[in-house]
Design a protein around this ligand. Structure first.
Ligand SMILES: [Zn+2]
Length: 318
């Protein structure tokens, strides 16, 4: 009898070790499962799925949005158009809801058009919600019907333009002048003549111009033919109206000079500011003669992308 006791104790000990082992393994399995479960319910795919997004939408969202944007999206109610807008080239997250609202109201328009209109702010009435423009942008300063220059904004380095290049007395910034001259000379080599009809215009001049129009045929008409003071790009000193001999402004688009500018203006830093098919985005009728200097790099990009300066500014600069 005396010899049995140690064996029993040994057996008990063995059993205890086995139970402990099982408990440890179970705890490990449970905690791995727990961690994985925790990870899963905190993952964006899981959260987005709970919000109603399908697999393909989740792929787009997690690929194209930043984490803090997904967080914001998760605060918003699911909408089937969100995914379509997120895929758009010039999509800007903060505008997402506005795209959907605008697109739904103006259902005949495309998604791409809705993105452009909202990015630029052109869904609003002209001269409504006006902001002071950021003049620190230099050559990329934005002036349109929603962004204005101060009364006392005067560009640096303004100088007279030789009568060789323009009709009447005009001034422009020296940098733009030099670029125009090299453009003029290269066009001349192909027997083409570029003539400036208007260049720098100060606030007061623009104000008088608009007031005269308004007095003669009313404000609405004045707005249709002229920018209000502070809203003319000509005040930047970066803008030239260019035509050629023997044609008026409205005929300029049919000339070889215009065709040459279409192909080459960006190489000198100029862009056609108010293109034909973008009038609702720019807020201006087609102006084949109005060229804006933005620098060669940006002009080339804008030319190649085929977008307006307003859209370019909203997406790349603003
Ligand atoms: Zn002009």
């Amino acid at each position: 009898m005396e010899t049995i006791q140690p064996i029993r104790r040994k057996r008990k000990l063995k059993k205890g070790v086995i139970y402990l082992g099982i408990a440890v393994v179970a705890a490990i399995i449970l905690s791995i499962w727990g961690i994985n479960y925790y990870k899963k319910i905190n993952s964006y795919p899981y959260k987005l799925e709970k919000k109603g997004y399908n697999e393909q939408e989740i792929t787009t969202i997690t690929k194209k949005l930043k984490e803090k944007e997904i967080d914001q999206l998760l605060e918003m109610k699911y909408h089937k158009l969100y995914d379509d807008f997120i895929k758009e080239k010039y999509f800007i997250f903060k505008n997402l809801k506005a795209y959907v609202d605008y697109y739904t109201d103006e259902s005949e328009q495309t998604l791409t058009h809705a993105v452009a209109m909202i990015n630029v702010g052109a869904n609003k009435d002209h001269y409504e919600d006006i902001k002071k423009t950021d003049t620190s942008k230099g050559d990329l300063i934005l002036v349109n019907k929603y962004h204005q220059l101060d009364k006392d904004f005067v560009p640096e380095d303004i100088r007279d333009i030789s009568l060789k290049y323009c009709y009447g007395e005009n001034e422009i910034t020296n940098k733009v002048y030099q670029k125009f001259i090299s453009m003029y000379n290269d066009a001349k080599k192909e027997d083409l003549n570029l003539i400036i009809t208007s260049a720098y215009r100060d606030y007061e001049f623009q104000n008088e111009l608009w007031q005269q129009y308004a007095k003669s045929q009313g404000e609405e008409w004045a707005d249709s033919v002229s920018a209000r003071a502070g809203h003319s790009e000509h005040q930047t000193g970066l803008t030239l109206d260019i035509v050629t001999y023997k044609v008026n402004m409205n005929e300029f688009e049919n000339t070889d000079e215009f065709k040459w500018l279409q192909k080459n203006a960006h190489k000198y830093g100029f862009i056609l500011r108010y293109p034909k098919d973008k009038t609702d985005i720019t807020g201006y009728d087609y102006e084949a003669w109005h060229y804006r200097y933005v620098g060669v790099k940006d002009a080339t990009k804008i030319h190649d992308l085929g977008i307006t300066f307003d859209e370019y500014y909203a997406y790349y600069i603003g």
